[in-house]
Design a protein around this ligand. Structure first.
Ligand SMILES: [Zn+2]
Length: 248
């Protein structure tokens, strides 16, 4: 697996606690056809053996074995799973861990995948957030769980996602989202103009992070425009890339 982007969260001072993160894209996996090649999702029709090998390579990017990979069964809600071992957690869109040697994976192909960490406190999270997640408040739910577990100063990396211009929606959807979120969020996330309605999920997540006092860096790429990334909007039957984080 070749990282689309990667880095560390935490202090850059020698010996300080750090967390490794990586964003994956299409490159460097074994899947073929519409899943070529780095698909990390087992539920999209790809070969299980290829997904397993791709996941093994993906966790390698953050220095962890595949047995210690925790994955969420996303449902576009705001439930959070706290994990201390690898495996699948169904029905959640956020995973939080305080365990060393565990990797957390958020999958997406247009929705926003993001990872969070307070490296000093040793608390990490991975979150899957589409427009429904913005409305449900999954980022705030993940941050609240992190703080309950000792996190104080949280940083985030927001992964590749579809841009507003590539994401036209029915006008009812922006109307609905406006009712769910504060004005600061809907002002950037809900776009209604003569040409139609659009949702900027990344911008909504950005403001939600800022309102939580979380500093974020962005892997700036539009999944629908970049052929290096999977996009559900563009291809419908396709793979999923991921944002992955581990606590070193
Ligand atoms: Zn775009």
């Amino acid at each position: 697996m070749i990282a689309f982007a990667s880095g560390t969260l935490g202090s850059s001072e020698p010996g300080a606690d750090t967390c490794l993160w990586a964003a994956t894209g299409r490159a460097g996996g074994l899947s073929t056809g519409v899943y070529e090649s780095g698909n990390l999702a087992e539920y999209v029709g790809d070969d299980d053996w290829a997904v397993a090998e791709n996941r093994r390579r993906a966790v390698g990017l953050v220095g962890v074995g595949v047995d210690c990979l925790a994955v969420m069964g996303s449902v576009h809600g705001a439930s959070v799973g706290v994990v201390s071992s690898g495996g699948v957690v169904a029905g959640v869109d956020a995973l939080v861990s305080t365990s060393k040697g565990i990797a957390l994976l958020a999958l997406a192909a247009d929705c926003v995948p993001l990872v969070l960490a307070d490296a000093r406190a040793g608390v990490i999270a991975a979150v899957h957030c589409g427009w429904r997640g913005v409305g449900a408040g999954v980022v705030a739910a993940a941050a609240a769980t992190m703080r309950e577990l000792g996190a104080v100063s949280i940083e985030a990396v927001v992964g590749p996602a579809i841009c507003a211009g590539c994401y036209p929606v029915p006008a009812e959807r922006t109307e609905y989202l406006r009712e769910l979120v504060p004005t600061e969020v809907s002002d950037v996330a809900c776009i209604d103009r003569a040409g139609g309605s659009f949702i900027d999920v990344r911008a909504g997540v950005s403001v939600q992070l800022a309102l939580l006092d979380i500093e974020a860096i962005h892997v700036k790429a539009c999944t629908n425009e970049s052929t290096d990334l999977f996009s559900y909007r563009r291809d419908t039957v396709t793979g999923r890339q991921g944002m992955i984080i581990s606590r070193a």
